[in-house]
Design a protein around this ligand. Structure first.
Ligand SMILES: Cc1ncc(COP(=O)(O)O)c(C=O)c1O
Length: 361
C-alpha cells in the first residue's frame, strides 16, 4: 500500500545527513536545549525573516503559550474557523475562554472575514486564523478587522510553515504565528515539536519564560509557566530537513499540479483553489466531491490511502456542546461532507496513483 506520507523514502534520501546529525546529539551528552536548539531557532528566523523564533514541545503547546502570552483570561472570547483541527479551539477552551466559531470561505476553506464580524462582542479578545491545508488566510482583511476592534491576531501555520502570501512569509502576518513539527507536517520531526514566531520582543520574552516554567533565571519564577521544550535530537533532525525544505515544497507543488490536470476532467470533483495571492505548501491535497463515498471506494479499490480532514465542524464536536451557538456554519458542514485528501508529499509518486485510479475507473 502506498503510504499517505512517505517518511521512509524521505529518511532514505537524507539518511547520511540525518544519521550524522543524530549521532552528533547522541554522542554529545546534551539532549535538552543547547546549541542544536539555538542554531535551529536562528535558522528558523533566517528562513522566515522573523526576529524571534521560539521552539516548544508541540503545535498545540505553541498555541497555548501564545494565548497565555497574549493575556487570554477566563470568560474572554476568541474567533476561530469552524473547519479546522481542534487545537486552537481546545486551547482557548482549556484556558477558560470561549471559542466562537466562524464559517469558512467555500473555495479556500479558510476563515470567512465577513462571517466573523457578527461574532465580535465586547468580550472578544482575538482571532485565530488557521492557514489550512497549506495556504494563508486573508490576513490583510483580518488584520484590519482586528485593528479596528482592538483584537490580537494569532496565525496557526501548523499546516503552512513556508507558505507565502503576496511574497511574504505567512509567519510574519500576525502578532504571533505558530507551527507544528508533527512528523507528517511539511516540516516534520521524529516526534512532537512546535514553534512560535513574532517580531514583538516583549511577547517573545514572555513566551520564552512561559515555556520554561515561567522563569528566565534559574529557580526564580516570575510567571506561572510550564515545561515545553523541543528536544536537541528533534532540533538536529529538523535542521537537516529545513536545508532542503524548499526543494520538497516545489515537489509537493508539482505533485499538486499533476493531480489538478488529471482531476479537473471530472465534473463531480472540485480541485483545490489556491488564492492567487498565496503559495501553498500543500500540507494536504484536498478535493471536494459531490459523492465522496464513490471516490473513497474508487481509491480504496485502487489501494490509494485517503484522509478526511475534517469530518465534523468544531462547533458540532461533543466537547463544545456546552457553548452557546449562534450560527449554522453551513459552509463548514458542507465541507465536512465533501472533502477528501490524497497523498501529496515530495516522495509520493502521483503518476503511479493516477494510473491506479485510471485502472479502477
Ligand atoms: C491546524 C493545526 N493546528 C494545530 C495543530 C497541532 O499541532 P501538534 O500536533 O504539533 O500539537 C495541528 C496538528 O495537526 C493542526 O493541523
Amino acid at each position: 500500500m502506498i503510504p499517505f506520507v512517505n517518511l521512509t523514502a524521505q529518511r532514505n534520501f537524507l539518511r547520511k545527513e540525518l544519521e550524522e546529525a543524530e549521532a552528533r546529539v547522541l554522542n554529545s551528552g546534551n539532549y535538552i536545549g543547547g546549541s542544536e536548539v539555538q542554531n535551529f531557532e536562528k535558522e528558523l528566523s533566517l528562513y522566515t525573516g522573523m526576529a524571534n523564533s521560539i521552539t516548544c514541545a508541540s503545535g498545540t503547546d505553541a498555541i497555548e503559550l501564545a494565548l497565555n502570552a497574549l493575556g487570554l483570561r477566563p470568560g474572554d472570547e476568541v474567533i476561530i474557523p469552524d473547519f479546522s483541527f481542534i487545537s486552537p479551539a481546545e486551547c482557548v477552551y482549556r484556558l477558560g475562554a470561549i471559542p466562537r466559531f466562524a464559517d469558512i470561505l467555500p473555495d479556500t476553506f479558510l476563515l470567512d472575514p465577513a462571517d466573523l464580524m457578527p461574532l465580535i462582542t465586547p468580550k472578544t479578545k482575538g482571532i485565530i486564523a488557521v492557514h489550512l491545508f497549506g495556504q494563508t488566510a486573508a490576513m490583510e482583511i483580518l488584520h484590519s478587522i482586528a485593528k479596528s476592534h482592538d483584537l490580537w491576531l494569532l496565525g496557526d501555520a501548523a499546516q503552512s510553515f513556508g507558505a507565502k502570501r503576496n511574497n511574504k512569509h505567512c509567519e510574519s502576518l500576525a502578532d504571533i504565528t505558530i507551527t507544528s513539527f508533527y512528523p507528517t507536517k511539511p516540516l516534520g520531526a521524529y516526534g512532537d515539536g512546535g514553534a512560535l514566531f513574532t517580531n514583538d520582543d516583549f511577547l517573545a520574552e514572555k513566551i520564552r519564560k512561559l515555556a520554561n516554567h515561567g522563569s528566565k533565571s534559574r529557580y526564580f519564577h516570575e510567571l506561572n509557566g510550564k515545561n515545553s521544550r523541543l528536544d536537541a535530537l528533534q532540533a538536529a533532525v529538523l535542521r537537516v530537513k529545513l536545508e532542503q525544505f524548499d526543494e520538497e515544497l516545489k515537489k509537493r507543488q508539482k505533485n499538486a499540479e499533476i493531480y489538478n490536470q488529471f482531476f479537473s476532467q471530472f465534473p463531480d470533483l472540485t480541485i483545490p483553489y489556491i488564492d492567487p495571492e498565496n503559495t501553498s505548501t500543500y500540507a494536504q491535497y484536498t478535493l471536494r466531491a459531490k459523492d465522496r463515498n464513490k471516490w473513497l471506494s474508487i481509491c480504496d479499490s485502487a489501494e490509494i490511502p485517503t484522509g478526511i480532514y475534517y469530518p465534523r465542524p468544531l462547533s458540532k464536536q461533543p466537547c463544545f456542546m456546552n457553548i452557546e451557538r449562534q450560527m449554522k456554519n453551513s459552509g463548514a458542514s458542507r465541507a465536512c461532507h465533501e472533502v477528501f485528501s490524497l497523498p501529496v508529499c515530495a516522495y509520493t509518486n502521483v503518476e503511479e496513483i493516477i494510473q491506479k485510479i485510471k485502472s479502477v475507473l
